[in-house]
Design a binder for this molecule. Structure first.
Ligand SMILES: N[C@@H](CCC(=O)N[C@@H](CS)C(=O)NCC(=O)O)C(=O)O
Length: 205
């Protein structure tokens, strides 16, 4: 099996990929980068991710960057774990919607709220419409539960759950009951606990 290597910085968005790797359960190595020392902007890492951002994943010769893309990739590469909705399945459309909704709708809506512009963009001109509508849509999707895709836990939960957790932790997203319960449910997963413990351990080292 090709080797898996995660380029990781502690207490960062690469925790999303770390959690996903723990869900997959395949062996992997970690190359630790210190953002405070600018490791992510050094030439050897820029050759892996020219954006100078973590996470990045190497799988044999394949390099994947962007946390949501890494989760999608791992779910498809390790189908035995049933963390994806396979090609040819009608539910895959909704699954892909949630994988894209995290980085292209929730995150920009949240950051727009956190760092307001001088003039608010018209809701019809930005791809994420507006913060309140976005949160209502996510909350409604979670009412059925326990996961975004119903009974099946998928890579989409790793992406959306991580975003909600981060947002609530930094008070960028309100602690709505649906979000708090969902994030607690996800946090109780053994793989999520292992990833959190590993991140803490690496951070302390
Ligand atoms: N769109 C990227 C964002 C990744 C990102 O912003 N990572 C931050 C850490 S949370 C980073 O690498 N920051 C270092 C820097 O920008 O210098 C993804 O989802 O993977």
């Amino acid at each position: 099996m090709p080797a898996l290597t995660l380029y990781h910085a502690t207490r960062s968005r690469s925790a999303i990929a770390l959690w996903m790797l723990e869900e997959v359960g395949a062996p992997y190595d970690i190359k630790l980068l210190k953002l405070s020392e600018g490791d992510n902007l050094k030439p050897d890492y820029l050759a892996i991710n020219p954006m100078g951002k973590v996470p990045a994943l190497k799988h044999g010769d394949a390099v994947v960057t962007e946390a949501a893309a890494i989760c999608t990739y791992l779910a498809d590469e390790f189908p035995a774990n049933k963390l994806n909705v396979p090609v040819g399945t009608p539910r895959r459309g909704v699954y892909l919607k949630w994988l894209f909704f995290g980085p292209s709708v929730i995150e920009p809506a949240m950051m727009d709220r956190a760092f307001p512009r001088k003039e608010s963009p018209r809701a019809s001109t930005v791809g994420w419409r507006d913060f309140d509508t976005v949160l209502d849509i996510v909350a409604k999707a979670l009412m059925r539960g326990p996961y975004l895709m119903g009974e099946q836990f998928t890579a989409a939960d790793v992406v959306i759950g991580s975003g909600l957790r981060f947002g609530m932790m930094f008070k960028l997203i309100p602690e709505r009951k649906e979000f708090a319960e969902y994030v607690a449910r996800l946090g109780a997963r053994p793989a999520a606990k292992r990833a959190e413990a590993k991140d803490k351990e690496l951070s302390a080292a």
